[in-house]
Design a protein around this ligand. Structure first.
Ligand SMILES: Nc1ncnc2c1ncn2[C@@H]1O[C@H](COP(=O)(O)OP(=O)(O)OP(=O)(O)O)[C@@H](O)[C@H]1O
Ligand SMILES: [Zn+2]
Ligand SMILES: [Zn+2]
Length: 805
């Protein structure tokens, strides 16, 4: 029997990043298993913290008395062996704490919290009791919630040894339960009693008959038995008292499936799809890790390839993980998976309540759900025996988390594919440059779907030069060609999608006399006008204030708003086309839970002619009646200080164009731009991903950017600008001493948005090809950042950052 447990405690610091040894008391010896949560006394104050068991052993080289594990929080491990190993790897590669990685993998209901209480150790005077414990002892001890004088008084008492702080770990509410029953006697005995009572108590006899049909080891909900037999719960209580049956709590799952879906059958694949499915399922069959890039133009039927590949994995009693960029934006994809695989599907996403999230997690953990669909964090779903992992729209930057641990779900997918000996399928019409370059090197098998299904053509794309348009029509967001095309669609009762690119663009207020721009008092960014609430809002910190009518700087009345918001466009559009039915989809119209899905359902039911929205309408939508796509401002993101600006623009334009003409009726696209000659725009017009890839690779090569180089970004932030800058200069000094001369160190520079939420940000980017010293150097920097962290200086390390602003 193991006597020592290795525990990662829930205290995220460098010192606690390695497991601590604890003695396992005799009464817990048979309970403690690797992957369970426990509580342990920690540190000098012996406060109780939770932790996760990562190892068991008999001996330790720790000399001295080991503290004992205090309690076990789980009845079964909550982390599979695979996820335990994944957590260790994740911590290593993202420079995050192991406990943070473990927490990231768990549903939020399972994150234990420490509650602190304070209580007297000796009798206190009535006066002291009245002052410090008005509601009696013990009381909650949360320093942030106590009045200063109360806190000071309590600390005085503590120093005098009259009170002490105790710690309690409370695990937030667990599974929801109902009453379950099962027979307590063997069938023969139940039969005997049934015969005895048959005459005088027919209801009891009926229940006894039913009990004989039940599996003696399986709990069935009391309500279900009542429903099946027509026997009341009172009769069941009597039966329990007589010892005929046992009542026990039974876990129930909250049902997150709101919309019923109509089941579908596999479609007959076309030749290209068949080649792809054959290649993927061969790897499934052979239980072999092989990574695929499914590069398929918009509307080429990638989803059907995914579904039929998943089906093969399920036939072999293995499981499947299907990643999508954002659940709310992809209800069609989720429904397609549910329609094919029914109750076996679990959907994980942030829109679920904590309880629903936990229930889905449990269904997966218990093996009841064998197909998991979810966004980024679903990559940590506790599915066992994975047979296939699919990542749709693999180029989407939402797969990268921009807080600790700063992981990319694609890297995690590849790790899990290797662990489970199963294929990983990355799919996109516009793969990320990194992925396409890896396919070129032979690291991924490339499967091409070059044509749309049923030989439908790709839409015809027109570029509208807005420099010319503006000369002719001074104002307005719509060019004449686009207006004409909209009218045609309205006349023909066809539908259209209009996109306003919000990235790098917003409606701000500027004074025409002095040029004053209203900015957020906390962040270095202009405030955005919101017509629905009639306020100015900061999109970074949420600061909100009234719309100014007089310039705060020069008191002129000529303060106007510039730029275009979706609301303003909607108003203008409605004015041009008074009878058109418009649905608007942006952050404001989709704040409520389920709003995305509702808007898309209405559009799908043809309750509107025009879907007007931000980037959120560019993804994966499949509406057969859409024949026109308009992009109002193609180039607002091109000028952003980020080497991926062209790639993002190309991807966005190609994806949104791909919403047009997906069925019988041909599609047409109008892209309005001030940069008609930019290669990202020209190649998006041709929907020529391969040429874009070659062109952009050349640019990256010239600029020494990924995928030719690896990149790491370090950021320092502090309320005082000089402190942040100084820290960054010191870090650069450390780096320059340790790195080879081939490494490129850019910075320190203030971030593009230098001040956010009252903090100043300084960054440095390291670009490198081979730097064996980099990892130890970064570990050293992390270690050194521990002490200043207590004074509000935060250092972050982001390997392969997605966001350079
Ligand atoms: N073999 C097939 N026969 C008939 N229809 C098909 C076939 N495969 C797919 N489809 C249909 O073609 C349409 C487009 O497929 P899908 O949405 O999977 O495209 P996609 O490749 O994911 O495109 P995008 O990248 O634009 O999202 C869907 O309506 C789908 O039902
Ligand atoms: Zn002014
Ligand atoms: Zn702000």
């Amino acid at each position: 029997m193991a006597q020592i447990g290795q525990i990662i405690v829930d205290v995220p610091t460098m010192q606690t990043n390695e497991p601590y040894s604890y003695a396992i008391p005799a009464d817990l010896e048979n309970q403690v298993q690797v992957g369970m949560r426990v509580t342990v006394p920690f540190g000098r104050g012996h406060r109780v913290v939770s932790g996760v068991v990562v190892g068991l052993s008999d001996v330790t080289n720790f000399d001295g008395q080991l503290k004992p594990i205090q309690s076990v929080l789980d009845l079964a491990p909550i982390l599979t062996t695979e996820l335990q190993q994944l957590a260790a790897w994740l911590a290593d590669t993202t420079y995050a704490f192991r406990i943070t990685c473990i927490q990231t993998m768990l549903p939020s209901l399972l994150k234990a919290q420490t509650e602190r209480q304070i209580q007297p150790t000796v009798p206190l005077t009535d006066q002291e009791m009245a002052t410090y414990f008005p509601d009696g002892a013990p009381r909650a001890f949360d320093t942030s919630k106590l009045a200063d004088t109360t806190l000071a008084g309590l600390l005085r008492l503590q120093r005098a040894g009259k009170v002490e702080v105790t710690y309690q770990v409370t695990s937030k509410a667990a599974a929801k339960t109902t009453t379950g029953i099962k027979p307590a006697l063997p069938v023969a005995k139940l039969q005997e009693i049934q015969a005895e009572v048959a005459k005088r108590a027919p209801k009891q006899a009926e229940l006894l008959a039913y009990l004989q049909t039940m599996d003696p080891d399986k709990l069935v909900a009391q309500s279900q038995v009542s429903h099946a037999t027509g026997v009341s719960t009172a009769v069941m209580t009597t039966a329990a008292d007589k010892g005929w049956l046992t009542k026990q709590p039974l876990e129930v799952y909250r049902d997150p499936f709101h919309q019923p879906v109509t089941p579908t059958k596999p479609l007959k694949l076309n030749a290209e799809q068949q080649v792809a499915v054959t290649a993927i399922t061969k790897a499934v069959d052979e239980q072999r890790t092989e990574n695929f890039l499914v590069e398929g133009v918009t509307g080429s039927g990638k989803t059907e390839v995914y579904l039929q590949s998943i089906a093969v994995a399920l036939q072999q009693h293995r499981t499947a993980l299907m990643m999508v960029p954002e659940i709310a934006l992809t209800p069609q994809m989720v429904n397609r998976v549910k329609a094919r695989f029914g109750q076996r599907v679990a959907v994980l996403h942030s829109g679920l309540s904590k309880g629903e999230q936990y229930d889905e997690w449990r269904r997966i953990d218990q093996g009841e759900a064998t197909v998991v669909v979810g966004a980024r964090s679903a990559i940590f779903a506790p599915v066992r025996n994975l047979g296939i992992i699919i990542m749709d729209e693999e180029h989407e930057s939402s797969y990268k988390q921009d807080e600790n641990p700063r992981y990319h779900a694609r890297d995690v997918a590849l790790w899990r594919g290797k662990y489970n000996h199963c294929p990983v399928v990355l799919g996109s019409a516009t793969p990320s440059l990194e992925t396409r370059a890896r396919a070129a090197k032979g690291l991924y098998t490339r499967l091409l779907l070059a044509k749309r299904v049923n030989d439908h053509p790709l839409p015809t794309v027109h570029i509208v030069d807005m420099r010319e348009e503006v000369k002719q029509r001074a104002d307005g967001d719509f060019s004449q060609p686009l207006l004409t095309a909209i009218q045609e669609r309205l006349d023909r009762h066809e539908q259209m999608v209009l996109m306003l690119n919000r990235r790098g663009y917003s409606s701000f207020v500027m004074c025409r006399d002095c040029g004053f721009v209203l900015k957020c008092p906390n962040c270095d960014i202009s405030l955005t006008l919101h017509m629905d609430t009639h306020t100015m809002k900061c999109h970074y910190c949420g600061h909100e204030e009234a719309i100014p009518h007089i310039c705060p700087n020069c008191h002129s009345r000529k303060i106007r708003y510039y730029g275009t918001g979706t609301q303003k466009v909607e108003t203008a559009l409605q004015k041009e086309f008074p009878t058109a039915r418009i649905l608007r989809m942006d952050v404001d119209s989709t704040r409520r839970k389920g709003a995305h899905e509702k808007i898309l359902r209405q559009f799908g039911d043809h309750q509107a002619d025009i879907l007007l929205g931000t980037q959120m309408i560019a993804k994966g939508l499949d509406f057969p009646n859409v024949t026109l796509v308009g992009v109002l401002n193609a180039d607002t993101a091109l000028g952003l200080p980020d080497f991926r600006a062209s790639e993002r623009t190309f991807q966005l334009l190609t994806q949104v164009s791909g919403r047009a003409g997906r069925a019988e009726k041909p599609g047409e696209v109008f892209i309005q731009t001030f940069n008609p000659d930019h290669y990202a725009i020209e190649l998006a017009q041709q929907q020529d991903y391969e040429r874009f890839f070659v062109t952009e690779m050349h640019m990256r090569h010239q600029g020494n950017y990924p995928p030719y180089y690896f990149a790491v970004q370090l950021t320092a932030s502090h309320e005082d600008e000089a402190t942040a800058a100084k820290a960054m200069y010191q870090i650069v000094g450390t780096l320059q001493k340790g790195l080879s001369k081939d490494a490129i160190v850019l910075g320190p520079t203030p971030k593009a948005i230098a001040r956010v939420k009252r903090k100043y940000y300084y960054q440095v980017v390291i670009k490198y090809k081979r730097e064996p010293q980099l990892r130890p150097l970064l570990e050293k920097i992390r270690q050194a950042a521990q002490i200043p962290a207590r004074h509000g200086l935060a250092i972050t390390i982001d390997s392969e950052p997605m966001n350079f602003m």
